[in-house]
Every structure is written in structure tokens, then in C-alpha cells.
Write a new protein. Structure first.
Length: 136
């Protein structure tokens, strides 16, 4: 009886059914779009998390390299100071020997050019290749 009160004509009932079907299709389409957008959002969030992790890893690597660079700079400063001290000692010893008259003019000329001469290590013997013996 309630259908009779709501729909007086069968055409109204048919158009209501068609309208309901259209709305249900639209709702299904919108749900599908929401699901797709939700998947896209989750994918983007994963990418952002990965990028943040990569950034943190890169920062850690950079800090490690900065620390290594700082250590090397400190070693260089120490070695330069040590080198300067050695030059000062050599000059002092040379001046001391010159003042005592222990140096000839030939030796004096050699020591004056000592600062421009590079002292290198003698060549080390060529390493012998390792030969493995395999027993079968």
C-alpha cells in the first residue's frame, strides 16, 4: 500500500528505479576513484619515506666524510708543523757547524740547496708473486 501512495503512476516507479540505478553506478564509480586515489596516496607516501631514508643515509655519509677530512686536515697541520721544526733544527745545526768552522765551502753550498732537494725512499724490491700449490 505504501508503494501506491508514493508512486501513483508506474512511470514514476520506473524512473525512480532508473534514477536509483544511476546513483548506484555513480557511487560505485566514485568508490573506485577513491580507492585508486588512496592507492596513489599510499604509493607517494612510500616514495617520500624512501627519499627521507636516502637523505638521512646521505647525511650520515657526508658527516663521516667530513670527519675524515677534518682528521686529515689535523694530520696535515701536525706534519707541516713537524716539517717546519725539522727545517729549523737543520738550519740551527748547519749554522752551529758553520760557526765552529767544521764545514768547507763545498759542503756549505750543498746544505744551502738542501731545501730544494727532495729526499725520496730508495726503491723497494719488487714484490714476489704469491704461488699457491693445490694438492689433489
Amino acid at each position: 500500500m505504501s508503494e501506491q501512495l508514493i508512486f501513483q503512476y508506474p512511470e514514476e516507479k520506473a524512473s525512480a528505479v532508473v534514477g536509483t540505478a544511476n546513483l548506484e553506478k555513480e557511487v560505485a564509480g566514485l568508490r573506485e576513484k577513491i580507492h585508486h586515489l588512496d592507492d596513489m596516496l599510499k604509493s607517494q607516501q612510500r616514495k617520500v619515506r624512501q627519499m627521507i631514508e636516502q637523505l638521512q643515509n646521505s647525511k650520515a655519509v657526508i658527516q663521516s666524510k667530513d670527519s675524515t677530512i677534518q682528521e686529515l686536515k689535523e694530520k696535515i697541520a701536525y706534519l707541516e708543523a713537524e716539517n717546519l721544526e725539522m727545517h729549523d733544527r737543520m738550519e740551527h745545526l748547519i749554522e752551529k757547524q758553520i760557526s765552529h768552522g767544521n764545514f768547507s765551502t763545498q759542503n756549505r753550498a750543498k746544505t744551502e740547496n738542501l731545501g730544494s732537494v727532495r729526499i725520496s725512499k730508495p726503491p723497494s724490491p719488487k714484490p714476489v708473486p704469491l704461488i699457491r700449490v693445490v694438492e689433489t
